[in-house]
Ligand binder design. Structure first.
Ligand code: GDD
Length: 324
């Protein structure tokens, strides 16, 4: 089975590649842009088949699809940081929505019939009212950022291509997921990185924070990528599924849990630059539909995930400190 991961050099993509390499009979293909950072897959790169491609360029996407002719596509390539989507909204919509359009058109025009997973997001729900919790797939979509809008666009484009052209697309709405290799801009990873730097004396003992009142439903990335795989193996084409643990944590409690794992004494300081024009206050998902269909259950407790994440940063920061 030829499996293509767009976004393989990213956080979830690299974990998905690791997972797929444990599956019998699977060849893992990935794409990278000519200046992509490939650190996340360096340890497995000799087992991957990489192609150069930019999702924003239709001809480059078409060429890869024609060459690989994948049986499965996991479409993870995206501009995934919410704050960047305010600074570069057009670029976010272009990469996320138009990039996916290029993928669909390439598949359609070449005439292959792969199964395609579309990585949507809980950010599509955006503003959710207290009486709508936990969030099911039928909840109205009220995105609060250009990023959220881009994910709604991707989601609906997959819906439409399924109905218009019978594309075997399965839409997943992933809630927050984290673990080792999580990008340092995302909140729990950023806090863990700051703590690791403070432990090494590379940062004054002040942790900078944004909105600590927000609440998010966290899943370990290793559970998340197993869910993506099951979405294509057992999910119904055209359908949409929440992937989440159903366990919600305030950002304040995430910070406190990380601080408990460290002996560092720190001061917490609000940083106005970390506030957003509109923040999604609360995400608490209902994974029942996906669980019924696939039997998936998250297995890794959140404490383990946070410990692994902090240890990841301790290693990286330690290696950096030794170099300088
Ligand atoms: N990034 C960041 N940095 N966020 C902070 C900080 C900080 O210093 N302090 C508080 N926050 C708050 C944000 O305002 C937000 O409410 C919450 O922490 C989580 O922020 P992020 O970690 O940046 O993630 P996100 O929830 O906006 O988006 C992530 O999850 C989505 C799924 O729900 C991303 O991974 C998206 O790509 C993904 O789709």
């Amino acid at each position: 089975m030829r499996v293509l991961i767009t976004g393989i050099t990213g956080f979830a993509g690299s974990h998905l590649a690791e997972f797929l390499l444990t599956q019998p009979g699977v060849e893992v293909y990935g794409i990278e842009r000519w200046r992509s950072k490939t650190d996340n897959v360096e340890h497995i790169k000799d087992r991957l088949i990489m192609h150069e491609c930019d999702m924003r360029d239709a001809s480059s996407v078409r060429k890869v699809i024609e060459t690989v002719r994948p049986d499965r596509i996991f479409h993870l390539a995206a501009q995934s940081f919410v704050p960047t989507s305010w600074k570069a909204p057009a670029e976010t919509l272009m990469t996320n929505i138009v990039g996916q359009l290029h993928l669909f058109e390439a598949v359609r025009q070449i005439g292959i019939t792969p199964r395609i997973q579309i990585a949507g997001s809980s950010e599509e729900y955006g503003l959710v009212h207290p009486d709508e919790l936990p969030i099911t797939e039928t909840n109205p979509l009220r995105p609060l950022s250009p990023y959220g809008v881009s994910k709604v666009g991707q989601d609906l484009l997959a819906y439409q291509y399924h109905h218009s052209y019978q594309l075997h697309a399965v839409r997943t709405r992933g809630f927050n997921h984290t673990g080792p290799r999580r990008g340092d801009v995302f909140v729990e990873s950023n806090f863990a990185q700051q703590i690791a730097k403070i432990e090494r004396g590379l940062q004054e003992p002040v942790v900078k924070v944004g909105n600590l009142q927000a609440k998010r439903d966290y899943t370990d990335v290793r559970d998340m990528v197993r869910a993506y795989w099951l979405a294509l193996e057992r999910g119904e084409p055209g359908e949409v599924y929440n992937i989440c643990s159903g366990e919600t944590h305030s950002i304040e409690s995430v910070l406190q849990s990380l601080l408990k794992l460290s002996s560092a004494t720190v001061r917490v300081e609000p940083d106005p630059a970390r506030m957003r024009p509109s923040d999604v206050p609360l995400l608490h998902g209902d994974p029942a539909k996906f669980q019924r269909r696939t039997g998936w259950r998250p297995e890794i407790p959140f404490e383990t995930t946070l410990r692994d994440l902090l240890n990841y940063w301790r290693e990286r920061v330690g290696a950096y400190a030794e170099r300088v």
